[in-house]
Design a protein around this ligand. Sequence first.
Ligand SMILES: [Zn+2]
Length: 91
Amino acid sequence: MSALYLGFVFILPIEYAGLPRGMMGKIILESTITCPKCGYVKTETMPEDACQWFYECVNCHYLLKPLKGDCCVFCSYSTISCPPIQCRENC
Ligand SMILES: [Zn+2]
């Protein structure tokens, strides 16, 4: 039982990384987000196939929302566009 469990835990992240149909390798999931209020910088991992609308600054707890025309907080406040946008540009 415990061996099975360990195998499951070990295999799951690999399976997960393979999920977005060959998108991986071009898509950067690590994004550095900067709080517009206090300037706090933090590196976050973005969801692969979704846009994150809200992000709470861990420093000042300001709730970040996407700017007009942007699909998610990463497009508005971080160095790298969100995975769906990256995919549109690179795929
Ligand atoms: Zn902040």
